[in-house]
Structures are given as structure tokens and as C-alpha cells.
Write a protein that binds this ligand. Structure first.
Ligand code: SF4
Length: 374
């Protein structure tokens, strides 16, 4: 089984912290971009070697900007070019301010059956310095409205580690999400990425980021609250009620194949990884003139081994040692280090798998990097 990711590189406005690929001035080439995405799907229909498609994911940017005709034309091409399984998970990332009764009906009719809604915070001043396009009231209303229109598979994004966010406020944000009664939550720590508006505000001292201690205290509080409310942390940043795990993202973490279309989208088919140019005009021109628009990296044994470790250790599925050993032999150093992590209470082992404990998940990237091979 494989998945298809479609990157819609348009946003109404620029969130201060965001380093994803998008443009806010897209009206003049909007239809050329949609045509190019449709054409890329056609051009790359053999990339996944005819494997059935189990998930389709509209990400961005802001896919909820798409109108009915645009959304339908992209999906029609996916169904035309690939064998999509019955009941495939079709996710659309939606910003709260785009969620209206009319749009929900369009998305439902088009086949979207999962919504990923970027709430981020329930504090007015946070949404303002983040330059989000929605209000706190939108956050509450949009989830209710989505449910009224028949969407039950809903995930919301929340951010912690925000400047001046007190523990009390953070607990309230978690409670607000619990009260919205959604089956899936993704929570991300605010990171100051280079070349973002946030990084310049931090550089000028206008915003002071949360300390590492505050970040990890908030993360631990999140784990505690979500566990009490019946959520399972199936990946470091992702929590779901049983049966509501994101199939699309789980595919990434399990090393399944995927095709990414649109500017900046990444693809993987077991043999190579590729990423499309992160420039809207160059992407459109390349598609129109049949020029190269992606960089291809042929994966080495070490790449595949390290990637399996990095992604697997972030999930409750852990890392299968037999599968890992099929890529490269498990060394003595690996065994010594995993024994050390086990002794520290960071790792657990079953017959054929290694997993991180709650404490270990706080250090997942460090632990994985210690086990990497060259
Ligand atoms: S809406 Fe999403 S993709 Fe667009 S700028 Fe904001 S965070 Fe980035």
C-alpha cells in the first residue's frame, strides 16, 4: 500500500513561525499551478510501480483555499492514474477561517473523509503574534460545524512552548481540545526556524522563546492529560483514540512508499527519495516545458538503516530488529548502546523489537542518532 501527498503552495497570509513552502501572491498563476499538479500526477503515475493507493493527503500551504473545481480536478486525476482502494483515507488540511458549511459540503462530496485543522492556540494574543488568519472563536466554531456536516475523523494541531504560555494556560488549551471531543491531536513545540519572521522577531528581542524546561514540562503535561482522556501517543507528536491514527502519516513512519506532487513535495519508492523544486514559477515552467524539477537521491544502505531507526523510534510500533538487520548487520556497538538505553529506562525490548519509553521519547532524536551507522 502507498500514499499520495499533494502540496498546495498557497496561503492567505504568512504565519510568523512558518518555513513551509507557500506563496501569498498566487492569483495570477493559480490555474496554471493546478494544471501543473494535475499534469505531474499523470507524468509520475508509474513512480509507485502500480501499488494500490490507500491514502491521499492534501497538505500545504493551505489546501482549504482550493475551490470545488480545483479539488475535483486533482482528485479525478489521482483516481484516473492510480488504483485507489475503496475507503481510502482522504485528508485535507484546513484552516479554521476556511471552514464553512458550503466548503464542508464540497469537501465531503469530493470524497474527503478526514480533516486536519490547524488551531494552534486558544489565546487571542498568540494568534495575533503568529499572524494566523483565524480567531479564537473560529477555532471553537469550525470543529462543531465540521461535525454537524458529518466529519467525525478530525485531527487538530496545537502548539506548545509558546512565548509567555503559562502552565495554567497550556492546561486550559488541552482542556479546550478535549471539550471539542476530537479523536486525534497533533501537538508541536514551537521552533524558531531560520529566515522566518519569528526568527527576526526573536533576533530583535521582541519575542522571547520558552525555555527548554518549559517546553518539556508542557510536553509532559500534554502526555499526562491526553492519556487520562483515552488518547494513545502513537508517535512523538501524534495522539489518537483507538482506530483514528493517521494512516497516511503512519505509512511514512513505517517506511511505506509515497508520491508527493506539487512544489517542494517529497517522494519515496524504496530505491530513491526525491524532492520537487520549492519555487512555484520554476515548478510550473518545468512541467509546461517538460524539464527536470526534482532532485533525486539514491539511498545508501546507511540512509535506509538510519531512517528506519529515526522514524520507528518515534512511534509506538518501535523498530523491528529483523527488518533492520536485513538492511545492515546489527553491530556489537548497537547492542551495547541499546542495553545502556534500557538500563537508563529510555528503551524497552520485546522479542524482536525495540521501543522508547515515555522518558526515552523525550530524547528520541538523540537516541536514534547514537545508533546511526555511517
Ligand atoms: S497557513 Fe500553514 S502553511 Fe500557510 S503560512 Fe500559516 S502555517 Fe504556514
Amino acid at each position: 500500500m502507498a500514499g499520495i501527498y499533494i502540496h498546495i503552495p498557497f496561503c492567505k497570509q504568512q504565519c510568523t513561525y512558518c518555513d513551509f513552502h507557500f506563496s501569498t501572491t498566487f492569483d495570477v498563476y493559480r490555474s496554471a499551478m493546478i494544471d501543473s499538479i494535475v499534469q505531474e500526477i499523470e507524468n509520475r503515475k508509474t513512480y509507485l510501480h502500480n501499488i494500490d493507493i490507500r491514502t491521499i493527503y492534501f497538505g500545504g500551504g493551505t489546501p482549504s483555499i482550493l475551490n470545488e473545481a480545483e479539488l475535483k480536478s486533482i482528485l479525478a486525476k489521482v483516481y484516473d492514474a492510480f488504483k485507489v482502494t475503496d475507503g481510502a483515507e482522504i485528508t485535507l488540511e484546513a484552516n479554521p477561517d476556511d471552514i464553512s458549511g458550503a466548503n464542508l459540503e464540497v469537501w465531503k462530496k469530493a470524497g474527503v473523509n478526514r480533516l486536519s485543522i490547524g488551531l494552534q492556540s486558544f489565546k487571542k494574543s498568540d494568534l495575533e503574534w503568529m499572524n494566523r488568519a483565524h480567531t479564537v472563536s473560529d477555532s471553537f466554531q469550525c470543529v462543531k460545524l465540521a461535525k454537524q456536516h458529518g466529519f467525525e475523523d478530525i485531527t487538530v494541531d496545537l502548539m506548545y512552548g509558546l512565548p509567555d504560555l503559562t502552565m495554567e494556560e497550556w492546561e486550559n488549551h488541552i482542556q479546550e481540545v478535549m471539550d471539542l471531543d476530537v479523536p486525534h491531536v497533533s501537538a508541536y513545540c514551537l521552533t524558531v526556524e531560520e529566515k522566518t519572521v519569528l526568527s527576526s522577531l526573536v533576533g530583535k528581542g521582541k519575542i522571547v522563546p520558552a525555555s527548554e524546561d518549559q517546553q518539556s514540562d508542557q510536553f509532559l503535561k500534554l502526555l499526562e492529560k491526553l492519556e487520562i482522556n483515552g488518547f494513545v501517543q502513537y508517535e512523538i507528536s501524534n495522539f489518537s483514540k483507538p482506530g483514528y491514527e493517521s494512516k497516511h502519516n503512519s505509512n511514512y513512519w513505517k517506511g511505506e512508499w509515497y508520491l508527493g506532487v506539487g512544489p517542494s513535495a517529497h517522494s519515496f519508492n524504496g530505491k530513491n527519495r526525491s524532492w520537487n523544486v520549492s519555487n512555484n514559477q520554476q515548478y510550473i515552467k518545468a512541467i509546461e516545458q517538460n524539464l527536470e524539477f526534482s532532485t533525486i537521491e539514491v539511498l545508501t544502505q546507511a540512509n535506509v538503516f538510519n531512517e528506519m531507526l529515526l522514524t520507528g523510534l518515534r512511534t509506538i510500533y518501535g523498530v523491528n530488529l529483523t527488518k533492520l538487520a536485513e538492511i545492515a548487520p546489527i553491530s556489537l556497538v548497537f547492542q551495547q548502546k541499546t542495553a545502556e538505553f534500557e538500563k537508563n529506562g529510555w528503551m524497552e525490548k520485546s522479542a524482536d523489537e525495540v521501543f522508547l519509553t515515555k522518558e526515552g521519547r523525550l530524547r528520541a532524536d538523540f537516541i536514534a542518532s547514537e545508533l546511526f551507522i555511517d
